[in-house]
Each structure stands twice: as C-alpha cells, then as structure tokens.
Ligand binder design. Structure first.
Ligand SMILES: [Zn+2]
Length: 285
C-alpha cells in the first residue's frame, strides 16, 4: 500500500518549543530536551551581531559575511546555552548523502581549524565533540541512541532528502555503534513547508515515486498549476519508517522557514543574501 502524507502528518508528534537565553532564540524538541544524556538546539536569527541582510545570528560560513562575525555569533550561542565553543565541529555541506564519524580529534574543525571533508551527516559516540550543521530552508535530522550512547545530526536539503540521508544515518549508526532502529529517537527540524516548496513538475513526480506517496505533492494550494509543491516532512517521515523506526519515536519541529521571517533565514525567500541557522547536538560528559 502506498504511503499517505496526509495520514502520516496527521498522526505525527509535533513537540517543539521556543526558548530564549541571554537574548538568543532557539527551537528545541521536548523529546530530546527530556533526555539527560544529550543537549540539542536549532538556532533562530535572534540574538547575534550580524548586520542586514544577515541579521542577526548568522551561523553559516558560506555567505558573504566576514568570518569573524560568524565566529562571534557562535561564541554568543555557546555562552547563552552553556556549550563549549572549542568542542564544536561544523559540517561542510555537499548536498549529498555522505556521512562522517567524528571524534574529539575533530573539535574546532570548520571554525578555527581546517574544514571537515564534504558531507551532510555527522555521527559520534564521543562526548568531547559537538556536532553542528547549517540550515536555510533545509531540514535537519537529529538522532539519539540512548542504549549505545551515540548521536547523529544531518543536513537535508531536497537533494539529501531525495537521496534518503535520514535513512542512511540510521544504517550508518547501526554499522558504527550497533544501533537498532528501535533504539533510536529522531527529530526532524524546521524546513520550508509543503505550501512553499515549489518545484518543477518532474521533480515533484520523482519524489512521489521515490517515496511511494501520491499525496507527497500538496494539492489544491491554489498556486501555479504547472508546479509541484513537495512535502519534505513527509519524505523525512517515510524514510525513517522505511529505516525501521516507529512513528512514536519521531518528532517534528513545526515551523516553516520561508513563512516565519522573524525567526528564520530562508534561501528560497531571500536568495543568497541571507544567513543560516545552525543545529547542534552533543552527548553530555
Ligand atoms: Zn511555508
């Protein structure tokens, strides 16, 4: 039987909440927040020092903003949320599905040290390194395997989502740490929603086929009839279920990066002259 996006999303757990500390805004998932063994967050644009159009908490290093500003913003985020700046390791996106296993040796890479190899997913069981990924419409996958003391964090633009990076993260955590899908909790981050994510019809049809989900294309939006509107959240859910996870162990952060201009940067809305949010995930020592 085909998947139904409508049915999956109507049953999904939406458990995010907004927190502010020292003026820095962050989105968290209750599912992960309640876990003592980890710390996590998805940043907003609130609380940094960047000037327009990057205002104010730009955490993306690929934009046309001085690196010194971005590193200052990372220090502000760390100070607000009790993170050790020296522990951060920042992904270098390839918009594919390559996954790296990090250790404490990688602390500082992508910030004050050389960049990591190109990848879109990071996994570790080492509490001395904090995983960081960047996002501007692209979703995030957070994974926690409490049983094996392991975590994973991935960046998922439409290419990564289509390439099933979420599902590949589950497999990689199995290979690296012995993770069984039933051991995992997962959270899907804020992203561009199905009302806003306009693509060409053939790409929409490719998503429909890949995820065996006829209604992954949002219908009846009243927008352009020669375009498709894809639900990245449905694609995310389906691939985690295909990986063997259960619906009850997955949560979604219920935000649209394109519509919520006060909270989020959006590449689709603002083009290249915009910043990036960051997701972070760490094991507590
Ligand atoms: Zn939207």
């Amino acid at each position: 039987m085909s998947n139904s996006a409508k049915e999956l999303l109507s049953k999904a757990v939406f458990d995010d909440f907004y927190v502010g500390s020292k003026g820095v805004g962050l989105i968290r998932s209750e599912r992960l927040f309640l876990e003592r063994g980890i710390d996590h967050g998805f940043s907003t644009r609130i609380g940094g020092i960047s000037e327009p159009p990057f205002d104010t908490l730009n955490l993306g290093t690929s934009r046309n903003e001085p690196m010194s500003n971005i590193l200052t913003n990372y220090r502000i985020l760390c100070s607000a949320y009790g993170l050790d700046y020296d522990d951060l390791a920042l992904v270098r996106h390839e918009h594919g599905s390559n996954i790296l296993r990090l250790t404490g040796e990688d602390r500082g890479r992508g910030l004050d040290r050389e960049p990591l190899e190109y990848s879109d997913g990071l996994v570790t069981n080492d509490p001395s390194v904090t995983l960081v990924t960047c996002h501007a419409d692209c979703s995030a996958f957070f994974f926690y395997d409490k049983k094996h003391g392991a975590i994973g964090l991935a960046h998922a633009g439409w290419k990564g989502m289509y390439a099933r990076i979420g599902q590949k993260m589950v497999l990689r955590m199995h290979d690296e740490f012995g993770t069984d899908p039933s051991d995992l909790s997962a959270v899907i981050g804020p992203c561009i929603c199905e009302k806003c994510f306009e693509v060409d019809l053939n790409l929409g049809e490719a998503f429909e086929k890949e995820f065996d989900c006829p209604d992954i294309l949002a219908a009846g939006t009243g927008k352009k009839s020669d375009k498709a509107y894809v639900s990245l959240r449905a694609a995310a859910l389906i691939q985690l279920l295909d990986a063997g996870m259960s619906e009850s162990s997955i949560s979604i952060m219920d935000h649209c990066t394109m519509e919520e201009k006060d909270l989020f940067y959006s590449y689709r809305r603002d083009g290249k002259d915009t910043g990036s949010m960051a997701a972070y995930l760490k094991l507590n020592r």
